[in-house]
Design a protein around this ligand. Structure first.
Ligand code: UTP
Length: 294
């Protein structure tokens, strides 16, 4: 039987240049959608997919992330004294949820390099990678959907999304053939090749890799074997290409909506959608939006 994936790696050491100056002293993973940092959405997705062992790869602004997932005695004491039970529960739920481990990426040398920093903590088991600036709203968490495929095939699985040609050069893009799975919902692909950030003419398909992966531990060998690629960075896509030489990799067109919260427009869209869905805010916010001139 294929053992369940327990560990989730959160690379959070990028420079976040698209969000400067907000990200000068704070990692973009701490940007807030309504009232929760992006990374907490990702951590909750991992927990709801059975992965409670959280490994965060940090760079600058490490303390903001650590403090967020740590117990805050002063704050809890104050909330308790003031009988703010709901807020107390919200604050506690973060620190109670998980076991978090941190590893440092001293220089932002690329996503592949960041994942490699987690090698010793992951050891010899399959693990997931979550890019928390990809926020996914889905009935069944995206990681859970990938895990269901992993449990069946025992191979690495990446999340795929259809992207229009004018945006395709922002992504890693796959050349893949459809695979019928469990009677077939047409969502599963076996990957033949992949290209990092191709021009629309060179893109092998409209299927882009987005920030959710389940990876088998052989990926570490592949990351170590590759040279820096695009932008002089150690790219995870290049390592996946290397892994493809010896292992099958599947792609799954997940069910749900993904927001690119690492980009300003995507972040604003996510903020509006998430606020509208909130029980405590949605109605008032909807009314407000109806009333403004656009
Ligand atoms: P991005 O390319 O989206 O993040 O990396 P970035 O480089 O921080 O952002 P921009 O483009 O300059 O605005 C995807 C994920 O990989 C992490 C980032 O933190 C983000 O979660 N990452 C990237 C690292 O941890 N280390 C790196 O060297 C590069």
């Amino acid at each position: 039987m294929i053992p369940k994936v327990r560990k989730a790696v959160f690379p959070a050491a990028g420079l976040g240049t698209r969000f400067l100056p907000a990200t000068k002293a704070m990692p973009k993973e701490m940007l807030t959608l309504v009232d929760k940092p992006l990374i907490q959405y990702g951590v909750e997705e991992a927990i709801h997919s059975g992965m409670n062992n959280i490994i965060i790869v940090t760079g600058r602004g490490k303390s903001a992330i650590e403090d967020h997932f740590d117990v805050s005695f002063e704050l809890e004491h104050m909330l308790e004294a003031r009988q703010k039970k709901d807020l107390l529960a919200a604050v506690r739920s973060v620190s109670d949820m998980i076991d978090v481990f941190y590893v440092r990426q001293k220089e932002a040398l690329g996503l592949g390099h960041a994942v490699l920093r987690a090698k010793e903590m992951v050891a010899n088991e399959a693990f997931s990678v979550v890019l928390s600036d990809d926020v996914i709203d889905a009935e069944l968490p995206c990681l859970h959907q990938l895990h269901d495929i992993y449990e069946f095939y025992g191979c690495s699985v990446v999340a795929l999304m259809e992207v229009p040609p004018e945006n395709i050069s922002a992504y890693g893009v796959v050349d893949a053939e459809p695979v019928s799975h469990n009677g077939g919902s047409g969502r599963l692909y076996r990957i033949r090749n992949m290209v990092e950030k191709p021009s629309p003419e060179d893109a092998p398909s409209n299927l882009a890799i987005i920030g959710r992966y389940i990876l088998t531990p052989e990926i570490f060998h592949s990351i170590e074997a590759i040279e820096p690629g695009r932008g002089g960075e150690i790219q995870l896509t290049d390592a996946l290409k290397h892994l493809l030489r010896t292992r099958p990799i599947y792609g799954y067109k997940f069910e749900g909506t993904r927001y690119d919260a690492g980009d300003k427009l995507g972040f604003l869209k996510a903020t509006v959608e998430f606020a509208l869905k909130r029980h405590d805010l949605g109605e008032a916010f909807r009314e407000y939006l109806r009333g403004i001139q656009i």
